[in-house]
Structure formats: structure tokens, C-alpha cells
Design a protein around this ligand. Structure first.
Ligand code: NAD
Length: 305
């Protein structure tokens, strides 16, 4: 455990928030998990328990360490209580600039003066988020990958005003958690999504234009490029609404047509087909089943341009 950081508050307990709480609790930190939604907090505790059980079965965590880690997580629906003694706050709420603006304005008022304010945003400018606070030198991007307990990378993003000492601390902390940190600068999409999202968008455009079907596109990228997952399956896993939000950040941030989101992606999001989390995207998801079944709508080719 790093000396300066003892208590970590995570804002948002969804897909990413619960994973971030998991790794910090396992790393020995006191974790305050905060969400506006009590049901999301209850679900998150259940998910963390199940994911830790998997580690116990594999032999990478003992029952005693699991119990100790779970014992270090407290849940909150009130922001002021959740952050009042935090050394580090990591925001992992929904990818929406207005929401993040409000959260960072509140955090600046409620968190201890010396607390570092990090965000797990996939694409929103760290410099812009920092501008909503009176402590821009202490604001930084700490971008974990999904699923957080499994994926090694942490993309650390320096805002324009981020203090080098803060970057160093977050770098050391990431290493101490067993992650591999990479430091990048604050431009739209940073590195991970600036490169990943145009590939996902191109896969959707290829589907939309009828160049190939869902399975063919994913199989070509899996077997041809040795990707562990095809781009359409990955998009489902990330969430199609999140993919669309990131593409819009790239599109408006660079003002370049090459980042314009595919119409098929926009249609699917508007229709509520968001991928794994909504039960259907490019594939259909049945709880408990690992079989990949292409969505009926896409298999029927009605959607072709
Ligand atoms: P999610 O939709 O699974 O969870 C978001 C959570 O935030 C929900 O539980 C919601 O109740 C909560 N929330 C909303 N408003 C809140 C508020 N004012 N205060 C506290 N909690 C609030 O989203 P996610 O996929 O976990 O994404 C969270 C962040 O992580 C986003 O910025 C996203 O871009 C980023 N991210 C996502 C992925 C991914 O693969 N899903 C990967 C890397 C980064």
C-alpha cells in the first residue's frame, strides 16, 4: 500500500466502478463505493464477491484474503459522506459530460483539499473536467480497462495542468496494484480509444454496407489478426451507447469526418440494443450461456443499406 493513499472513494458502481473497488480492496486500501442507486451498489457487492470466488477457485486468492478485502468495502449513496476522508477519488459514473461536470464541482467542494481527483472516463477531456474544479493540478485520468480485475493496463492521462508529482503517484499506485501503467497526453480518445473506436466503427460500417456478416467480420479479425475477440463482440461488451459517446467525442474533438459514427450504430443505440448489458446488440445474450448467437435482426439482413 502506498503511504500517502489509504482511503479510496469510487464514484459509480457499474461495470467499471465495481472492478476498480475490487482491485483496491484486494490491494489493502479502504474503499468507499458510492452510487446514487442503492440497487447498483447491492449488485456491485454481489459481482465483486462472485469475481473473488472465481479467484479463490483458481488459487490466486485465499478465502481469508477474500473476506478481508470484502470487509474493506463500505457503500454510500451520499457523496459528502463517501468522500470526506478520501485521499484519492476515482470517478467512474456514466460517460456524460454534464454529469461529470456536476460531480467534479461537488467533489471540489466536498473532498479534502489535498485529495487527488481521478476520472476513469474513456474519452472526455481531462483538462475540461479539471476546469470545473479549483484544483486542476490534482486532476488526472486513471483509465482502467474492462474487466478491471483481469486487464493489466492503466492508461494514465495528464490534463494540461496536472502536476508531475500527481502523475508519479498514480503511476506508482497502479504498479503497486499489479497493473502496467502508460502515461499519455490529453487529446480526444487519448490512445486506447483513438485507435480502438475507429476500428469498431469500420467493422460496423462494413456490416452496414453488406461487405460481410457479423460472424465473418469477427472471425476475420480474431483469426487473421490474433485479436482475442472480434470488434463487434467487443463493442457489445463495452456497450454500444458508450462506443457511440466515444466516437462523438472523437468526431467533434478532431472535426474530422473519418470519426463520424456509423448510422447503424446510432440506430441500434436509439432502439435500445446496447450490447451485453441490454441483452442484445450484434449478438443475443442469454444469462448463463456463453454461446454467441447473432442478433435475429442483423442475421435477417433487413438493416443493409
Ligand atoms: P455503467 O453504466 O455500467 O455504470 C455507471 C454507474 O454510474 C451506474 O451505476 C450509475 O447509477 C452511476 N451513476 C450515475 N450518476 C451518478 C452520480 N451522479 N453519482 C454516482 N454514481 C452515478 O458505466 P461503466 O461502463 O461502468 O462506465 C463508467 C465510466 O467508465 C464511463 O466514464 C466510461 O466511459 C468509463 N469506461 C468504461 C469502460 C467499459 O468497457 N464499459 C471501459 C473503460 C472506461
Amino acid at each position: 500500500m502506498l503511504q500517502q493513499i489509504k482511503t479510496v472513494t469510487v464514484i459509480g458502481s457499474g461495470t467499471m466502478g465495481n472492478g476498480i473497488c475490487h482491485v483496491f480492496a484486494q490491494g489493502g486500501y479502504n474503499v468507499h463505493m458510492m452510487d446514487i442507486n442503492q440497487a447498483a451498489l447491492d449488485r456491485a457487492i454481489g459481482t465483486i464477491g462472485k469475481n473473488m470466488d472465481r479467484q479463490v477457485t483458481k488459487g490466486s486468492l485465499t478465502e481469508a484474503d477474500k473476506a478481508a478485502a470484502l470487509g474493506r468495502i463500505a457503500t454510500y449513496t451520499d457523496l459528502a459522506t463517501a468522500v470526506k476522508d478520501a485521499d484519492l477519488i476515482i470517478e467512474a459514473a456514466t460517460e456524460n459530460i454534464d454529469l461529470k461536470m456536476k460531480i467534479f464541482q461537488d467533489l471540489d467542494k466536498l473532498a479534502p483539499e489535498n485529495a487527488i481527483l481521478a476520472t476513469n472516463t474513456s474519452s472526455i477531456s481531462i483538462t475540461r473536467i479539471a476546469s470545473y474544479t479549483r484544483r486542476p493540478t490534482k486532476v488526472i485520468g486513471m483509465h482502467f480497462m474492462n474487466p478491471v480485475p483481469v486487464m493489466k493496463l492503466v492508461e494514465i492521462i495528464n490534463g494540461y495542468a496536472t502536476d508531475a508529482k500527481v502523475t508519479e503517484l498514480i503511476y506508482d499506485l497502479s504498479k503497486q496494484l499489479g497493473k502496467v501503467p502508460c502515461v499519455v497526453n490529453d487529446y480526444p480518445g487519448f490512445i486506447a480509444n483513438r485507435i480502438l473506436m475507429p476500428m469498431i466503427n469500420e467493422a460496423i460500417l462494413s456490416l452496414q454496407e453488406g461487405v460481410a456478416g457479423v460472424e465473418e467480420i469477427d472471425t476475420i479479425m480474431k483469426l487473421g489478426m490474433a485479436h482475442p475477440m472480434g470488434p463487434l463482440q467487443l463493442a457489445d461488451f463495452i456497450g454500444l451507447d458508450t462506443c457511440l459517446a466515444i466516437l462523438n467525442v472523437l468526431y467533434t474533438g478532431f472535426g474530422n469526418q473519418k470519426y463520424a459514427p456509423a448510422s447503424l450504430l446510432i440506430n441500434m443505440v436509439q432502439a435500445g440494443y446496447l450490447g451485453a448489458k441490454s441483452g442484445e446488440g450484434f449478438y443475443k445474450y442469454t444469462p448463463g450461456s456463453k454461446e454467441l448467437v447473432v442478433s435475429d435482426r442483423l442475421a435477417s439482413k433487413q438493416w443493409k443499406m
